[in-house]
Each structure stands twice: as C-alpha cells, then as structure tokens.
Unconditional design. Sequence first.
Length: 335
Amino acid sequence: MVAEEHRALLVGAGAVGARAARQLVSLGPLGELFVGDLDTDLAATVAATIGEPVTAGAVEDFVPGPGDVAVLASAGEHRPLAERALERGAHVVSVSDRPGDVAALLDLDAEARERRCHVVVGAGFSPGLSCVLVARAATTFEWVDEVHVARIGTGGPACAHHHHDSLAGVVPEWWDGQWVRRRAGSGRQLCWFPDPVGGVDCYRAVTPDRLLLVDAVPGVRRVSIRVAANRRDRVTAHLPMLRRPHPEGAVGAVRVEVRGRRGAVRDEQVLGAVDRPALAAAAVCALAARWALDGRLRRAGAGGLAELVEPIPFLAALAERGVKAASFQGAAAAS
C-alpha cells in the first residue's frame, strides 16, 4: 500500500496535538487522520476546524491498522497505546518527555524490529529537535566525546508539570563513560541561546534526553542535560505546582554543544533553535510520522530521532515549515 492509503491516528488534541494534526494534513495525502482525546468535544473541534480528511472520536476508538502511524501526544502513559498499535502492525511516534514513558517505549525495540515497525521516541522539542541537532553537529566530527544540551520553555500544561518535577530528585548523568548520580537543580551554568532569548541560568534536571543520546552517539564520554530555571522554580520543585500552568508556554529555545575531534584538533560546534515549544514539537512529530509512512526512517525498532533520521534533510524539511536552526562555531585549543 502507498502512504496516501494509510491512516494517521493522533491521540491528544492539546497544544501539541492540535497543531500536529494540521501539520500532518499539510505534509502529504492521507486516507484519514483520526484525532482522539479524553475530551471528545475538543477532538471534534480540531476535526471541524481542519476539515477533510480529519475525523474525531474518543481514545477508545483508537484502532490503527497495518502500515498506519499512531502519533501519541496525550498526557497519559504512552506504552499501552504503543503496544496496541504495534500489535496491529502500525508505526508509533511519541511526543512524551517523561523519563518513564521514554524508557518504557525504548523497551519495545525488539518487538518493533520483529514486526518491522518504527517506534519514534521523544519526538518533540527537547527531546526531539534537540536530538536532531546533536546528530547534525556530530556529522562534522570524526569522533565525538561530549554532548551538552540545554533548553528553556514549555509547551502545554503536561510539559509545564514535567518541567516543575524535573528540578527535584536525582539525575543520572553520563560522565566519563559511566552513570553517576547528581542532584537535580544543581550545576548552575549560564547558557547562551539564539536571540532574542540570550543568556539564561540552567540547571541539571531529570529529563529523558540522555537515554536517547548515549546510544545514539557511539563512544560519547559525557552527556549532560540542563533546563532553564529561576530561584522560585528550584525552591518549589519538591512541592505541588502552586499555580495552574498556561495552556501554552511562551517562546522557548534549545541549545546543543557537541565536542570532539577533527583530525588532530579538538573542536566544538554549537547549534540552537528558537520557537514556541508546542509549535516546534508539533512540526517535529508530524514530520517523523510522515517519514515513518513514507519509509524514510533509518531502521525498524524503537529509538530517538538522533538514531532514526538523516539529520540534514530532516532539518531542511523542518526549516520549510518555519522551524529553523542557528549555528555558532568556536575552536577549542589544539591537542
């Protein structure tokens, strides 16, 4: 079957899901795009706003078929929905940035390979766009030994809740080729993002990016992830959120710094992007879903975008949709 005869099924019609539905329709012909949400009125509104070929229903109506793609953008656990999709021979694209979700979906690798299906994990802003930027920077080196990621901003309410929780607890950090335990909210670092964001204090956080990057960059010795936070964020991280998060966050940014060798010289490359996280995440997950339908992903199985896509054409396609990366290059001291 050709891709336009397949369906896309999207679960979650919030800040990311609603925009991902629009992106999916604009990326190429589909037999149908089903939008499901616990709030069936919200799903129906999204379908009515976009029109053909979008239909809407409850999450219980989520029934993918062979060759279809399931895009998971809901606030709940993604593993049960992913298993349901795999059992029916469908591909899966998950936007979740929760470490538990990411780990559970990566555990589906053997089953997905056996069924010759794709499970794209962490296909959002960060992880997601950040992983593609890391993969792009890594192509300029003969050998990479350090990857450092920082981000600012949140998408919908679920993302805001995770950002709040990520500053409490223990962070497993890949350091000198082994996992070490660090305290979340520690390790203050001034990180410079593309304009108009500029310099922001960032701290260690419990995020799933490292689970996707350690295996995606062979031989990497150090991987660190930081998120922007102020004093109030860090002090209240152990408490329930005191205020209800906004339906969508403000402008955010992501920055990746990759260090390694080019010949005898040790060097670094820094890439970044500025956008509303929900908008960028929608474009990333929709494009990943389209590539799954079109057979453009590198391999079957479960993994992050750093492993599954060719970074240069993927970033070029994102740029056509308004999500553009910026580059800064600086040279480290020669060996």
